[in-house]
Design a protein around this ligand. Sequence first.
Ligand SMILES: Cc1cc2nc3c(=O)[nH]c(=O)nc-3n(C[C@H](O)[C@H](O)[C@H](O)COP(=O)(O)OP(=O)(O)OC[C@H]3O[C@@H](n4cnc5c(N)ncnc54)[C@H](O)[C@@H]3O)c2cc1C
Length: 261
Amino acid sequence: MKSLWIDTEKDILKNSKKLEGIVESDVCIIGGGITGISTGYYLSKSGKRVVILEREKIGTKTTGNTTGKVTSQHGLFYKYLIDDYGKDYAEEYYNANQEAIENISNIIKEENIECDFERQSAYVFTKSKEELSKIKDEVTAVKEIGGEAKFIENIEIPIKNVLGAIEFPNQAQFNVMKYLKGLTKIIIENKGQIYEKSKVCSIKNENNGYRVYTENGRNYKSQIRSYCNTLSNNKYSRILFLKNVSREIIYNRNRNKSQII
Ligand SMILES: Cc1cc2nc3c(=O)[nH]c(=O)nc-3n(C[C@H](O)[C@H](O)[C@H](O)COP(=O)(O)OP(=O)(O)OC[C@H]3O[C@@H](n4cnc5c(N)ncnc54)[C@H](O)[C@@H]3O)c2cc1C
């Protein structure tokens, strides 16, 4: 399926380049989706020398193909969280999501990023009588953790026979590729370097840091030496931030403390 976002912003980087040779950085971020680019934005603003390596083109994997909603609502999720993980946990998740919406909104304002950001309500609706009770239970669950949600019978979308919906007010939507374009501009202004078509093939731990190798024909010629603690939380891609903060809290909790930076 074609993505509207990618269609409107095909080339985020004006001068796209592949990593060649050896580059040094404080932090090497692998993956140029919203997670990697947001991390790069924060770190480059804090004065770190950032290098971002993207296998394809910035934003064109999951991020550019999302709905573009910026919400705390993810299907009917909070009753499940309370039942399976407890009230405190669900509340922490909800608050992290709400905070993430505000973070994005503040970045857009502060950096003047033109990305069609709009406040909107988010809905999950049903046409089935049997599912109405699930929607009502979800409203109760969200209220129980101090969240804002309400049950409504009619929603303003052209879909027939809707019997009920849960509304989360004051959520948002945006053009995520335009947003990434704005962030990459700032990273580059902060002396960050972003490389596309640069797939990371291996990472080696050396004396004082890490050496990250990208694919370059058959040889792993291009290298990045990254002399600081790596921020990466798994083998290759996906350093966390923003929307992913909440997911990471859950993910990391079972293992040890959250690793949010
Ligand atoms: C259909 C769908 C719709 C969604 N809609 C929404 C939504 O509306 N709102 C929302 O908040 N969330 C949504 N999500 C959740 C979404 O996954 C995240 O919000 C977010 O887009 C994920 O971003 P990411 O940067 O972690 O991943 P990605 O955008 O996938 O970025 C990871 C990047 O890493 C690169 N990469 C991978 N391996 C390597 C390597 N070895 N070397 C170099 N680069 C590498 C990839 O090419 C990719 O560009 C949706 C998910 C799906 C599947």
